[in-house]
Design a protein around this ligand. Structure first.
Ligand code: PHE
Length: 347
């Protein structure tokens, strides 16, 4: 090959390598180009073999031209690889871009059940008046639930509270929270007592918009020397006003429970019609809120307290009924119905 021809080849390879590099789409492609031109059997490398065909004067010039070609392609390769690398990085950054200003996905938070909220409100009011919250058992004995509360086996009051029995004779699900009265008295005697006893109760009854087989009650019990009916009245009036509003009118109406004497029921002026008479108060203008009375001497005695020395008052209320009145809920079955559309209204 003559020097001329070699020069032409050099020019040709220069252009060829230039084009090859332009076609490269990645750093890896560049490596391919390097092998093609500068590898051991590459186009530039093999050109060096023609040097021996040239004359002594031409050879240094040709050698210089070939070395220039080699370093030219090396430089071009490096520049192109650098360019592609930057491009790849840029693409990756675009693709994996994080928008830190995007709002996060909100957690769906549950809310307290409306009965839990009502119970807490009741606790708050009675705690202010010095009552402690005392939990007792839901599975009770017939003795605690009835007999020690002055309800003997053939007492007609048992019919008011249809009972769930267990397979163990004498063991039942409590039909009210009143058996807790006996348990607290037996534990605390002869100390004075001021407690509320909240919890679930069970009655084997037809389920209707007004009655469920499972419901809650909050019992109240105060025992001491000189506890009077007026104390009961004061405590219940304060409760009604904190629960239903400071202007709430209350009245005590004579009633009957085997475990209190005298027994009363607390009515509040209807919070819906303000006493004019409506469907909810059945035209009477009054709503029954709870049962109460002075602890029967026999019950005090069953708790260990001498009725000659001690007196006490007790009351029992249904949080479901209170929540139904406060929130205008017309069906007690909604509380345990697990319908989120209902439950979510009490956030
Ligand atoms: N235990 C009664 C009931 O379930 C309520 C009550 C409690 C009445 C305490 C008087 C005293 O109906």
């Amino acid at each position: 090959m003559s020097l001329r021809e070699l020069q032409e080849r050099i020019e040709h390879i220069k252009r060829e390598s230039q084009e090859a590099l332009q076609r490269c789409r990645s750093v890896k492609d560049c490596e391919g180009v390097r092998v093609t031109f500068l590898g051991r059997r590459g186009k530039v490398t093999t050109l060096f073999e023609y040097l021996k065909d040239l004359s002594g004067e031409e050879r240094p010039q040709a050698g210089r031209l070939l070395n220039e070609l080699k370093s030219h392609i090396e430089a071009q390769l490096e520049a192109r690889a650098y360019q592609l690398k930057a491009q790849e990085l840029e693409e990756q950054l675009q693709k994996e871009r994080l928008d830190v200003t995007l709002p996060g996905r909100a957690y769906r938070l549950g809310t307290l059940h409306v009965i839990t909220q009502t119970l807490r409100e009741i606790y708050r009011i009675f705690q202010q008046m010095g009552f402690e919250v005392y939990q007792t058992r839901e599975v009770e004995t017939d003795e605690m639930n009835f007999q020690l509360l002055n309800i003997p086996p053939d007492h007609p009051a048992r019919e008011m509270q249809s009972t769930f029995y267990t397979t163990t004779p004498g063991v039942i699900l409590r039909t009210h929270t009143s058996p807790g009265q006996i348990r607290v008295m037996r534990e605390r005697c002869p100390e004075p007592i001021r407690v509320i006893l909240p919890g679930k109760c069970y009655r084997y009854e037809q389920i209707t918009p007004r009655s469920e087989i499972q419901f809650t009650q909050v019992e109240g019990l105060a025992v001491g020397r000189g506890v009077r009916m007026s104390d009961l009245k004061g405590v219940l009036t304060e409760f009604a006003r904190q629960m239903f509003g400071p202007e709430t009118a209350v009245k005590l109406r004579g009633s009957y429970f085997p475990f209190t004497e005298p027994s009363v029921e607390l009515d509040i002026r209807c919070i819906l019609c303000e006493g004019r008479g409506c469907r909810v108060c059945k035209g009477t203008g009054w709503l029954e809120i709870l049962g109460a009375g002075m602890v029967h001497p026999t019950v005090l005695q069953n708790g260990g307290y001498d009725p000659e020395e001690f007196t006490g008052f007790a009351f029992g209320m249904g949080p479901e009924r209170i929540a139904m009145l406060k929130h205008r809920i017309e069906d007690i079955r909604l509380f345990l119905g697990n319908d989120l559309r209902f439950l979510e209204q009490f956030g």
